[in-house]
Design a protein around this ligand. Structure first.
Ligand SMILES: *Cc1c(COP(=O)(O)O)cnc(C)c1O
Length: 368
């Protein structure tokens, strides 16, 4: 396999999706996949047996989700964004089933147009913050994401509410506390609604936490007699993704060994954005041969970090960066004109299927 390459493991994301099968049977719980995390149509098609639809954050994502649903299968398309614009509403009505407006001003401008065409909702913001980095905290100060729950009253034509307040949480304590606050402030409104969308932002690794989640959802459905939509992205796809790369140069810089990779943080931008340390499959904890792994772009901050290996790296050594399923490909750029990685799905028979290879022509076409 030519590197760099993204590899997405179908058996892993299928297992993540299947985790919700029981809950979908037991109560009015609907699972959506948030396509912004990774929107390849082939992946969306593979997910169809296990989801009730898709959630989108823009017109293009919504159109893509609709296209996949029209081709194969059934399900609903949901959208919320601060970016609704008058010249896109008509097309959004065509492709979406649920649309949650992000402000009361948007509600005044667009709700009448939506009323008879789809399920009109409102994104609310419970203003209960659990994250200590403002850059991905929807409940940060002066948030642009949703109407403060204190300002929400019953609105004619309202069919549901949407909230999304977390990022990468392995605990559901934030969800429990958020629901408590929403029920306290908006209990009367909830009883009149058909649905509530609790967003995404959760990653279930502990079966005990998942059981707690099931209990919370069943209670919510029953108490207010409504359908609960959950729309995770990262929690479904992140650990399915790997970025396979090779060492293309080795040298010393002062007293450190530098290993230059054929990839870049531009293929895994959250490493740079959030200064996070990715997991490298071949690396060990601390001892052995130590290298500063660097990307091949001109940016001096294009660094993956310092890692140790049992054996010395060589030119051509292969390394696999784990957990790149969500928000890597979609944020990747061709900075420096460096080509994007090829894209493979590892299917249920462990066969590698190439779904996309980028060429000079693709680069050229992107420019003009
Ligand atoms: C990003 C987003 C999601 C998915 O979030 P994950 O952290 O990937 O689970 C769901 N809903 C909304 C409104 C979002 O903005």
């Amino acid at each position: 396999m030519k590197t760099p390459a993204y590899i997405f493991d179908q058996s892993k994301f299928t297992a993540r999706l299947k985790q919700f099968s029981d809950l979908r049977q037991k109560t009015r719980f609907k699972l959506l996949y948030s396509v912004k995390a990774l929107p390849f149509p082939a992946l969306l098609e593979a997910m169809l047996p296990y989801v009730d639809g898709f959630s989108a954050s823009s017109l293009f994502e919504a159109k893509l989700a609709r296209e996949v649903l029209l081709k194969k299968g059934q399900g609903s398309v949901h959208i919320t964004t601060p970016g609704f614009r008058a010249d896109e509403i008509a097309e959004l009505i065509e492709v979406c089933d649920f649309l949650s407006l992000n402000s009361l001003n948007q509600w005044q401008r667009f709700s009448e147009q939506l009323a008879h065409s789809l399920n009109a909702g409102l994104r609310v913001n419970p203003r209960l913050s659990f994250l200590n980095d403002d850059r991905y905290d929807p409940c940060r100060e002066y948030s642009k994401l949703g109407v403060s729950i204190e300002q929400v009253e019953w609105l004619d034509g309202l069919s549901g509410l949407h909230f999304h307040t977390m990022f990468g949480s392995e605990s559901i304590e934030p969800l429990i506390k958020t629901l408590e606050k929403i029920e306290h402030v908006l209990g009367d409104v909830l009883s009149k609604l058909d649905w509530i969308n609790i967003g995404g932002g959760y990653v279930f690794n502990d079966p005990a936490v998942f059981e707690q989640f099931e209990t919370v959802i069943i209670k919510l459905c029953e108490r207010y007699d409504l359908t609960v939509y959950f729309e995770p992205g990262k929690g479904i796809i992140n650990d399915s993704g790997e970025l396979q790369t090779r060492v293309i140069d080795l040298f010393e810089s002062e007293d450190k060994q530098i290993a230059v990779l054929d990839t870049s943080v531009c293929h895994h931008p959250e490493v740079f954005e959030y200064q996070m340390r990715p997991t490298i499959k071949q690396a060990n904890k601390s001892t052995g041969y130590s290298y500063l792994l660097v990307g091949c772009s001109c940016k001096s901050g294009d660094l993956f970090g310092e890692y140790s290996f049992d054996a010395p790296l060589e030119i051509g050594s292969q390394l696999n960066i784990s957990d790149v399923g969500a928000y890597s490909f979609v944020k990747a750029s061709r900075f420096n004109g460096i080509n994007l990685p090829d894209v493979y799905i590892k299917d249920l028979d462990s066969k590698f299927i190439a779904i996309k290879k980028y060429s000079y022509e693709a680069y050229r076409q992107y420019l003009c």
